[in-house]
Design a protein around this ligand. Sequence first.
Ligand code: ZN
Length: 156
Amino acid sequence: MRAVLDHIGIAVRDLDAVLEFYEDALGLEIGESEEIPSQQVRAQFVAVGDVSLELLEATAEQSPIARSIERRGPGLHHITLRVEDILQVLAHLKVRGVPLVDEEPREGAGGSLVAFVHPSAAQGVLVELKQEGADDVSGASASPTSRTSSGEGSYS
Ligand code: ZN
């Protein structure tokens, strides 16, 4: 199986405040922010090489990101591995008895498909699997077969 680190999700209380660090202090290039109503989050991607940081701010009290911050405070939330065939990977993990948050992939932004593996499978790290969508054009990679993207699904 091949997997590429796509992005690192970071739960933040205040997106504008955290951009003072990433944009103003570090001088990183900030893309558009994207609201994902189904997950009640606003996501801001910050490109750092071939990988992105995904800054996640809750847009409602019941948002999974709000609940995560309540329990654990802001900070690292998940890592996302991009795979070519998410259905195949999920089937493989199920056979091996790996606990999954999402048994079936759900639609993320940019037409991507995403599914979360339960953190108990990876020593407390929430792992998101992602298969990029056809209309995903945000990539800056040299290879046309390995574009990066901004798809997102669940943050539970
Ligand atoms: Zn993510």
